[in-house]
Write a protein that binds this ligand. Structure first.
Ligand SMILES: [Zn+2]
Ligand SMILES: [Zn+2]
Length: 181
């Protein structure tokens, strides 16, 4: 069973103490550029390090996952390893020495958005956000994927370049088509 929430208070840590929690977390598929990408494995092993600070918790979450889906350039199957190493500090009772200097109003609380007032961590939401932040700019089947032929739309990976010259070198009919396209 994948872990959804972790009761930090339930770890019973005193100020200065640290502990770590291991388990698995499930992250929903992500949509990039209108295409769906699977997050593998369905249950990802994670390690969460928890340190008790004076007024809250310092958290470090690590897991390794693979994103699988169509290559951004050629649409063939691609998969990319995405290592996650994320940190959060939850210090909900932080007191500013000079209130004039610190953030005001609601913002004065330095609580983590993933930790509720009962010190329960929303591991699932944090894992998903951390994954989105860690995604590469583009997902490619290989770093030097040549993409699709601009003339015929076929994948250029492993193709004979001669096949995709399409009359380059002066066939005026292709020039005409290019203008129309
Ligand atoms: Zn590709
Ligand atoms: Zn071509």
């Amino acid at each position: 069973m994948a872990t959804e929430r972790i009761d930090l208070a339930g770890l019973g840590l005193a100020f200065g103490e640290a502990s770590s929690v291991e388990g698995t977390v499930a992250v929903d598929d992500v949509v990039l550029g209108g295409q769906g990408y699977r997050v593998e494995p369905p249950e990802i092993p994670f390690r969460l390090d928890v340190s008790r600070t004076s007024t809250g918790y310092a958290l470090r979450l690590r897991f390794d996952t693979v994103i699988a889906g169509p290559c951004f350039r050629c649409l063939e199957a691609a998969s990319v390893e995405v290592p996650i190493d994320a940190r959060e500090v939850d210090q909900p009772e932080t007191a500013f020495e000079d209130p004039g200097e610190g953030p005001t109003g609601e913002g004065a609380e330095a609580g983590s958005p993933y930790v509720d007032s009962a010190a329960v961590l929303d591991l699932e939401s944090w894992s998903r956000d951390a994954l989105i932040l860690a995604l590469p700019e583009r997902i490619l089947c290989s770093p030097d994927c040549p993409g699709l032929c601009p003339y015929c739309g076929k994948s250029l990976a492993g193709a004979d370049p001669e096949e995709h010259r399409h009359g380059e070198g002066g066939d005026p009919r292709w020039e005409k088509l290019r203008e129309l396209g």
